[in-house]
Structure formats: C-alpha cells, structure tokens
Write a protein that binds this ligand. Sequence first.
Ligand code: NAX
Length: 326
Amino acid sequence: LKPPVRVAVTGAAGQIGYALLFRIAAGDMLGPDQPVILHLLEITPALPAAQGVVMELNDCAFPLLAGVVTTDDPNVAFSDVDFALLVGARPRGPGMERKDLLEANGAIFGPQGRALNKHAKRDVKVLVVGNPANTNALIAQANAPDLDPRCFTAMMRLDHNRALSLLAEQTDTHSTGVKKVTIWGNHSATQYPDISQATIDGTPAAQKIGRDWYETTFIPTVQQRGAAIIKARGASSAASAASAAIDHMRNWALGTADGDWVSMGIPSDGSYGIDAGLIYGFPVTCSGGTYTIVPNLPVDDFSRRLMDATADELRGERDAVKALLG
Ligand code: NAX
C-alpha cells in the first residue's frame, strides 16, 4: 500500500456527500492501493449528522480508510490535503435571484479558497461540485493566489456521463463504446454537449444518429437532465453526481484512457477563443496528474454559436461576482 493521502469533502452530511464518502473510502476514486484520510467539512448545525456519517464509515471497516477528521473550520478541513471536493453550497431559496445566489456562494467559496491557499498541499487537486460550480471554482481560485490556478476545476463530468449514456441508449449500444464526447462551457442549461468528434463503436456518431434528433432532442435532454431528475425523484441528482466526481478525480490523478477524452471545467488558456481565466468545460486528456486541453479540433458555425453562448453566460456570472475576485 502507498502512504495515505488526505481527501477533503465539504457538505459531508448532504446527499451527495453520503453517496460520495463511502466510494472514496472503498478505493473507487484513487485505486485499491491508495489509503485515504477523509477530512469532512460541514456547517456547525450539521456536525451531529456528519458524526453519524463517520459512525457508518467506521462501521464499514474499509481496509483503505486510514482516518477521518470532522470539523466546521475550513482551516482544519483543508490542512495538508491532496484532494478537495467542494460539494457543500448554498441552494437557491424561494425568490432568490441568480445574483443573490452567486453572492451567497461567494461567502462560502471565498473563505474556502483562502483556507486552501494557506493550508492545502501545493499540488492540491480541487473539484467544485456545489452550484454554480464553474463560478464557485473561479471565486475559490481567486482567493488562493499562492496556488497554481490550474489546481481549481469544476464538474462537467455528470453532463458528460449523461451524454454517453443517452447516445448509447439511442443507438442500442453500451456507453463504453461511446468516445470523444465534449461538454463545453458552463454546468448549466447553456452547456453545449458536442458530438461532432464522437464515435460510437468506432463509427462517427453523426452516421449513427440523425442531425434532427441531435439538435432537438439530445442537446436539450442533456442540458435539462438535472431538472428531469428533480422532477422524478423529488430531489436533485446525488449518486450520479457523486459517481461523476469520482470519475473526474480518478482521471485527473490516474490518467484518461488512450483514444478518448473527458470533459472538465478548467481555467481557459484562451484555447478555442474562450476568454483566458474563465472556468469552462473543455475536452481534456490527463496524464501524470495534469490535464491538457485536446488541441486543434475543428469548430463549425453551429458549435461556435453554442460555445460562445455558454461563454457569455460565464462572463455574466464572473461580472456579477467581480467584488469577490479580488
Ligand atoms: P445537500 O443540501 O443535500 O447537501 C449540502 C450540504 O452542504 C449540507 O449538508 C450543508 O449543511 C452543507 N454546507 C452548506 N454550506 C456549507 C459550508 N459553507 N461548508 C461546508 N458544508 C456546507 O445538497 P447536495 O444534493 O449534496 O448537493 C450539493 C451541491 O451540489 C448543490 O450545490 C447542488 O446544486 C450541486 N450539484 C452539482 C452538480 C454538478 O454536476 N456540478 C450535480 C448535482 C448537484 O445538483
């Protein structure tokens, strides 16, 4: 076994936390030879519930679980962490405008960014799941000036996995046969699920599915899937969100498969005409613990329009939280 690594999870007593922690402790995220010490961050009133989760974690007697720290102090939660999954966020309340939501979350992700800046390992891998994920990641990053900006990422992987699954279902194949799908932009209804480069069992996806289905069914279904889950379940995606978070971190830490890529929300370097610095969903490959944007993909007019629309939304969110970006 390797020496243990420290993995922080915020919102640990929430529904995604409950689906996530047991899989991390079981080795699904970092592999069967990697012990983990979990750092659970919750708000003070939720600490008793978090303690209940710790009791259950202990009751699993996981071979890879090397310790659990539970706290309501980000300075403790992020001390020496190698990985941080920022799940806890302020949900939209009744009558809350988007601007209020962004600001309420700024009050969470600003201080968490500062605590990461002070206490986390210098090569910490941060994944923001809590919505609005891309802009929350931007806020945390802006408040962590001593960390590499590339330490901060946002989750597009649930959208990516949804797209794989929907394409597989439509073509009567398995999601493992679907490659090179990209979710560009914001984790929101403006995201652009792009199959222009995708293959299904080795055949270009465009030859297997109709353009009309792609534009009028596939794209809106992926964009609206979160709302459809809420309608069906009466609660937002939790196990699938946790599974996507595990996939994101595993690929970032351990690499992506040859001949394929994944979608991650990462700081734009200006690639594909996206403003440098925006946390935007790109197609990436990962190796040796770093991610690289897949270069030189062709972008047609249809794609350009949708990629720009979701970038516009992210610019609007960035402007709305300008005061929190230092
Ligand atoms: P829950 O409300 O079940 O849990 C959130 C937990 O976070 C609560 O226990 C709360 O006490 C805690 N929390 C709040 N503020 C905190 C703080 N400052 N520090 C530490 N903990 C804090 O929500 P859940 O269903 O787990 O969802 C969590 C977040 O994920 C939400 O923002 C949700 O919108 C977002 N999602 C993001 C997805 C994505 O693809 N990026 C998909 C799923 C999900 O909707």
